[in-house]
Write a protein that binds this ligand. Structure first.
Ligand SMILES: [Zn+2]
Length: 497
């Protein structure tokens, strides 16, 4: 029990629970730089698996990876007015290029060399639209160069005041797609295509159900025409924005003079999109599925999918169970699974169980002398359920079990979300709901920024999305749930991370 007791129960303190899960699973650690985290191998492996799945989907739909500089000339950020407004308050700047020795010792041994001041400071990228459009302007000449569909995997720096592991850190990892198109319809199609990829990834890999829809003007990306998003609900009934896809219109093309010659010989500005998901998704995965025993990781993204724990008392038994364990390990690997045979002498089986549970391994096979004699292993699922399985065909059995676990996690998360959603909400009920437990509240919305601001002020809730038709209530609301004026769209509100 030693391991499990180190994790604060969710009911006691959700935020401490979240940190404990991360620490116990060794996903990440705090660093000596304020607001920055260290992603440990277990966490980074999840990110690698996410990257691979997403990258495959991007490439299947015609996107290519490229890499642009970490630094952006400060003047670039000023070229798109809304964009600079959106990011000005959270950028890190490089202003000098040299230090010099002072002759003192200790912390004062070096100082900034004032002679090395840069003529134009460099911004450490908070997002890369501006630096990328400078290149687009060079590369795009004719309609034949379009569409241009690029993505980059990189790090981003936004000077955040309040940070939380994975969810909000000063530096984080992400992918950012940037595309240029000949017309509005093609850019719109792209922004929608990416939203559907993000949704598929969230649901099929993360096992996180998401709402899709469009952001209100106050929540959209700085410089976008409109922003689409996928939104999930965590176990504490707070929303997490999991990915965004922006239709940028011609705003950045005008700011950076990205023009192309049309087939008819005229000159037009390109239409563009940008879109991204980040290591924040790891936080979403943790908060959606994990329990008081630690991480619960959906099998498709689990660094270790199956752990084999041999059980023995005597040396003869040890030799026997390890031999069978090695055979099972080989068979599972042959079935394409990520598997570990935990043959450590230093830990008792029970201690191993707790350790691997805290790390979120979906499936465990225990192999003892009696199991070997019976030609079976004892299968234990991370979410509960223990039963013997025959050693014959164990690769196929394990693959099937992992698929079932993956599907069950998604179903459970969707049921939790629906149980935490209310539709057709009234103002009185809304205030009560947000003060009480919170969750997704569906209601009529007049579309005014004043209502949004008043609601945020009073309840802390924001419009997460104006949901796509699939998620809307059967009957469209007639009036704004807050002010009573005619409703222009159904909205989903929640308190959010
Ligand atoms: Zn209103």
């Amino acid at each position: 029990m030693a391991q499990a007791q180190k994790i604060t129960p969710r009911a006691k303190d959700y935020s401490e629970w979240y940190n404990d899960v991360i620490m116990q699973a060794e996903l990440a650690d705090y660093s000596s730089v304020r607001g920055c985290m260290v992603i440990r191998p277990n966490g980074y492996r999840i990110w690698e698996l996410m990257q691979r799945a997403l990258d495959d989907m991007f490439k299947e739909t015609g996107h290519q990876n490229a890499y642009f500089p970490l630094f952006i000339p400060m003047s670039f950020l000023a070229k798109e007015a809304e964009h600079v407004e959106g990011f000005a308050k959270e950028v890190a700047l490089v202003t000098h290029t040299r230090l010099k020795a002072t002759g003192k010792t200790g912390a004062g041994a070096v100082m900034v060399d004032p002679a090395s001041a840069l003529e134009e400071p460099l911004v450490v990228r908070p997002t890369s639209e501006t630096i990328i459009y400078a290149s687009f302007a060079k590369w795009i000449q004719s309609y034949r160069d379009l569409p241009l569909l690029l993505n980059q995997w990189c790090n981003i720096v936004r000077m955040e005041l309040r940070t939380r592991l994975f969810l909000r850190t000063t530096e984080f990892l992400w992918q950012e797609g940037h595309t240029a198109h000949a017309d509005e319809a093609d850019a719109e199609r792209e922004a929608r295509l990416i939203l559907s990829i993000y949704r598929r990834f969230a649901e099929e890999w993360l096992a996180v159900p998401v709402l899709t829809g469009v952001k209100t003007d106050s929540e959209k990306f700085a410089g976008a025409l409109h922003t689409y998003a996928i939104e999930a609900l965590m176990q504490d009934r707070k929303a997490l924005q999991c990915g965004t896809s922006h239709h940028l219109g011609q705003n950045f093309a005008r700011a950076f003079n990205v023009q192309y010659q049309t087939a008819a010989g005229g000159l037009e500005y390109v239409w563009s999109t940008s879109w991204g998901v980040s290591t924040r998704l790891i936080g979403g995965l943790i908060m959606t599925h994990s329990d008081d025993n630690g991480l619960v990781c959906p099998p498709r993204l689990a660094p270790v999918q199956v752990v084999l724990v041999p059980i023995w008392k005597t040396d003869a038994e040890r030799a026997q169970v390890l031999e069978v364990g090695a055979r099972v390990e080989a068979e599972l690997k042959a079935a394409g699974l990520r598997v570990v045979l935990d043959a450590r002498d230093s830990l008792k089986p029970g201690a191993k169980y707790f350790e691997w549970e805290a790390r979120g391994v979906p499936l465990r096979f225990e192999i003892g002398p009696r199991d070997v004699a019976a030609g079976q292993a004892m299968s234990a699922r991370r979410g509960g359920g223990k039963s013997p399985v025959p050693l014959a065909g164990i690769g196929a059995t394990a693959s099937r079990a992992l698929e079932e676990i993956q599907a069950a996690l998604f179903t459970a998360a969707r049921e939790r979300r629906e149980a935490a959603s209310v539709r057709g909400i009234t103002k009185e009920r809304f205030i009560e709901f947000m003060q009480d437990q919170g969750g997704f509240a569906y209601g009529g919305f007049c579309g005014s920024g004043e209502c949004e601001a008043a609601i945020k002020d009073m309840t802390g809730a924001t419009v997460r999305v104006l949901p796509d038709p699939e998620f809307r209530s059967p009957e469209a609301p007639r009036t704004c749930m807050w002010c009573g004026k005619p409703s222009v769209a159904e909205a989903v509100w929640a308190q959010a991370y």
